[in-house]
Design a protein around this ligand. Structure first.
Ligand code: CA
Length: 233
């Protein structure tokens, strides 16, 4: 079933790739977006951004232009060429008209100059996501909805299920890697955020709780010797 877009989770958690080499700005923007319920990952260089674009489907890229390695225009070109193209909101200290025109002509959806107001960034992010939702094939996607702010799943039948913080983080992680086998160790590193004893069964326990809560919405398969994989029912 892998590779069939209609079966994949074009999940309702909006996934934003933030490409920013200034750690303070990256952390500020990332925390702000997460507080609004978006799922974010940070790439600190153009090369990292290209890898992230290759690895996963993103709903939006928030892109700095001056980056170590491949610059923002290189990342922009790759995002625009992707299938489907990923919308790009440029967030750059370069506020000259020529740069703005060049970025928009190269396919950027929007351009916001630094310094910026966070409220304006959020409004522009919402606008990009709305346009994407109208254009994309999301209606065919699996209906599992996860609200990161309330940590609730909305099921097909309209029922709501409350998740704990850890269950929510684990499901968010699995939704990012749909139908891919992820090892216990990767889950530990990503969700527990520190090096945990790999013999610990915290992952298995959390998976078991999540399975019960997901019920008919999705299945978390155990892949022998490999790890876990989230597949739609
Ligand atoms: Ca920069």
């Amino acid at each position: 079933m892998s590779g069939q877009p209609g079966r994949a989770y074009a999940c309702r958690v909006v996934q934003i790739l933030l490409v920013e080499d200034e750690p303070l700005i990256a952390s500020f923007v990332s925390r702000g977006l997460r507080a609004e319920g978006y799922s974010t990952a940070v790439a600190g260089s153009g090369d990292d951004a290209l890898m992230e674009l290759e690895a996963r489907a993103w709903d939006l890229v928030v892109l700095d232009l001056k980056l170590p390695g491949v610059d923002g225009f290189g990342v922009l070109a790759r995002a625009v060429e992707a299938d489907p193209p990923v919308p790009v909101l440029v967030l750059s200290a370069q506020n000259g008209v020529a740069t703005k025109v060049a970025a928009l002509d190269a396919g950027a959806s929007d351009y916001l100059a630094k310094p910026f107001s966070f409220d304006e960034l959020l409004a522009r992010v919402r606008a990009c996501v709305r346009r994407r939702a109208r254009a994309g094939p999301a209606a065919a996607a699996h209906p599992l909805e996860l609200d990161l702010r309330s940590r609730r799943i909305t099921r097909r039948d309209g029922g709501r299920v409350q998740l704990s913080e850890r269950e929510c983080a684990l499901l968010e992680y699995l939704l990012r890697t749909p139908e891919e086998v992820v090892s216990r160790q990767r889950i530990l590193n990503a969700v527990w955020d520190y090096q945990f004893d790999p013999r610990s069964n915290v992952v298995d326990v959390c998976i078991a709780r999540l399975r019960r809560k997901l019920e008919t919405e999705a299945v978390i398969e155990t892949v022998r010797g490999g790890g876990y994989r989230l597949v739609p029912c």
